[in-house]
Write a protein that binds this ligand. Structure first.
Ligand code: EPZ
Length: 421
């Protein structure tokens, strides 16, 4: 990516104070394309001011929609004139979630031509289940040189059983099915919080979706949807990353504007480590106990331990007391952060898809390179823990999913800044 700036962290300072988490990236990237399912204007609030949101706004404009975006406040979408159905690679290379334009454009007008997505290199990440869902809804799918062309006149409801739980596949089929003729039932559906958020947003537009958050989602197709004013939920993974950073620095941090029930699997693991975690309705407080015990982690689909927190958690466990294991069951190559953590003194072994971490007493700042979004989060956590200066290169990956992370951490007392290279 050859990013123009680097992040500098002087570690060893406990994070102290209060912070408010931003709106959810993985819900924002589903809700923004959903505005194309109506011809009426929609307003989306609490969007995080991140690169993935900016890229999607450019795609909507490219398709002919008008937008009014006030970062940190709202995004207004006027989709009436959005008559485009082609999204070229110059856009889709910028974010993986560009594939949601397939479902949204199929739902909007039964025709979508979207280049295969780019995004984080954490595994092969095929979209065969998405395409299987579209075909079940009556779409003909053509693969033309890196471009997925899908057409369906009309879309008709169907029963769809996913071979594995897929967040993207569940979201994409929901976007395509809300205006199909008849009822669609998705079996083996993903249950992540952002699936429920999208269903709530679509229902606020007049859709009829039941069962979101369970593994069977029933969608009764509607001929048209109206506009909405919708506020997206807070970011589950940013909340978790801040909780982990607080524990990593032995700090005392209260995170406001979050949803504690979304964090239960991480909270349970931090408590198991000996970290003190307390909850209110919309805030979580993380305080240190004494030594932090090693634990065993296995990533699972929601409500299990999120794969997106595997990497920051691996960084935290590098200085736990004892030997921890982290098993990544969702993505086969989500380990590129391990080499960088080793540069900082971590004792880590990778055996197949399980990381073996032998806790060390000290980690040391070093120049490290970000390879994907959550690897970046792991290196920030490690930099906050390590003795001395850590220089983090390719920070643009981090900006895709975290809104001004260094401002948030600096407000909690971290010595962190950016510098032009
Ligand atoms: C979404 O990715 C998130 N991205 C990921 O977050 C998150 O890690 C993942 O869900 C799991 O929670 C967005 O929401 C934009 P999947 P997605 O489809 O939809 C396989 C982050 O850091 N699979 O649930 O791509 C796939 O290869 C990002 O914010 C197929 O084989 O995840 C993977 O092994 C990283 N065929 C597993 O299923 C398919 O058609 C789960 O993938 C679809 C998926």
């Amino acid at each position: 990516m050859l990013c123009k700036d680097k992040m500098l962290i002087i570690g060893g300072k406990p994070l102290m104070g209060e912070i408010t988490v931003s709106g959810g990236k993985n819900t924002a990237v589903a809700v923004i394309p959903a505005t194309l399912l109506s011809d009426e204007p929609s307003t989306i609030e609490n969007l995080p001011d991140i690169e993935d949101v900016h890229a999607l706004i450019e795609i909507l404009e490219y398709l002919g929609a008008k937008t009014e975006y006030v970062p940190g406040k709202y995004l207004k979408v006027f989709p009436e004139k959005a008559d485009g159905c082609n999204v070229p690679f110059e856009f889709t290379r910028r974010l993986r979630a560009s594939y949601y334009l397939l479902g949204a454009l199929l739902g909007r007008g039964g025709h979508a031509e979207v280049a295969y997505p780019g995004g984080c290199e954490i595994g092969s990440r095929p979209i065969d289940q998405h395409l299987k869902g579209f075909a079940a809804l009556g779409a003909t799918i053509e693969d033309r040189g890196g471009l997925v062309c899908a057409k369906a006149e009309p879309m008709t409801g169907a029963d769809i059983f996913f071979d594995m739980v897929t967040v993207g596949g569940t979201i994409n089929v929901m976007l395509a099915a809300v205006k199909a003729q008849g009822t669609t039932v998705i079996y083996n559906a993903a249950k992540e919080p952002h699936i429920v958020d999208l269903a709530n947003c679509l229902n606020s537009m007049g859709a009829r979706i039941k069962g979101a958050g369970t593994d069977v989602i029933r969608i009764t197709g509607k001929p048209s949807l109206h506009g909405t004013v919708y506020t997206v939920i807070p970011d589950q993974i940013e909340t978790g990353t801040l909780m982990i950073a607080a524990a990593a620095t032995r700090g005392d941090v209260t995170i406001h504007g979050c949803i504690p029930t979304h964090m239960e699997s991480l909270t349970a693991k931090l408590l198991e480590m000996g970290v003190r975690v307390s909850e209110n309705d919309d805030s979580i407080r993380v305080r240190p106990q004494y030594e932090q015990r090693a634990v065993n982690i296995k990533t699972q689909v929601y409500p299990g331990f999120p794969t997106d927190l595997q990497q920051p958690m691996t960084a935290l466990l590098c200085m736990a007391n004892g030997t921890s294991t982290v098993c990544e069951t969702i993505f086969e190559q989500r380990f590129k952060h391990l080499d960088e953590l080793r540069r900082m003194g971590a004792h880590i072994k990778l055996m197949d898809r399980t990381v073996l971490i032998e806790g060390v007493r000290e980690m040391y700042g070093a120049p490290v390179t970000v390879t994907d979004l959550r690897a970046g989060a792991a290196l920030v956590v490690a930099g906050l823990m390590a003795k001395g200066m850590t220089e983090i290169y390719e920070t643009a990956y981090i900006d895709r999913g975290y809104e001004r992370i260094e401002e948030k951490l600096r407000s909690l007392g971290a010595d962190i800044r950016r510098e032009k290279i």
